[in-house]
Design a protein around this ligand. Sequence first.
Ligand code: ADP
Ligand code: MG
Length: 286
Amino acid sequence: MSVKVEKLNYTYSEGTALESVALKDISFEIENGSFVGIIGHTGSGKSTLIQHLNGLIKASSGKIYFNGKDIYADDYKLKEHRQKVGLVFQYPEHQLFEVDVISDVCFGPLNEGLSKEEAFERAKEALSLVGMDEKYYDKSPFELSGGQKRRVAIAGVLAMKPEVLILDEPTAGLDPMGREEILEEVSRLQKASKMSVVLVSHSMEDVSKYADKILVMNKGELVLDGTPKEVFKNIELLESIGLRAPEITYIVRDLRKLGLDIDDDISSVEEAKDAILKALGKDAKP
Ligand code: ADP
Ligand code: MG
């Protein structure tokens, strides 16, 4: 049970003067219940790639298997697929259009054919998952803060009960507090359910904290695919494509240069704290 991508290629406006190759021979797998980060510079192909995962864009060549089934097979039900693989676009608040929050989140389930009562139950559950309580139900989406609008948009996709939740740069344009809140919420959701999460970001800090696996894109190619620790070992490669490892890995590298005996694959602040205290002969307090 997973999403499996095999040798995916995609060219925009194929056969015209505007032809541009966006994805080159991409292969990877998203295991069930995992948290995958996709990172890369603007224009590296992240948004194009994730739109393939939920079937919005069809590959020029290559295959995608969802739970073992070829999504390009003639008898594959793409409409159902789009519910199972939910996509939250970048700046999703631009897609809030109903008069109030609850109607907006009910839209998907109603469209799917659920009754008003069922849709309301779904919407209520989804809104509570993103931490929006009943006092917001009757508010216009336009009265909400940036972070709240984004939560409502995420709830709209969650109300469809997806097996995979894809978020395209969910923290773009939010202040640090709003960013942290959204990511914590998503991480909690992923841990509490069987849902897989795919988080697209250009911030290594954001991705490294939550992802089990990181895919690094550059100019339409997948250049790294591994655990955060595996990926951050390639600091030179990351820098050569305009990315950085999380700040803590640089601090650890400097401390090692200064002679502190700590591992070279530390990738989080918590790990660094424990390792430094241990190296200094002090036990880390819980
Ligand atoms: P990212 O999300 O990493 O910023 P995109 O997937 O949006 O990257 O873009 C990848 C490449 O495809 C870029 O060169 C971009 O200019 C091009 N591209 C994206 N969308 C379109 C489109 N609708 N038509 C033509 N080219 C596009
Ligand atoms: Mg993008």
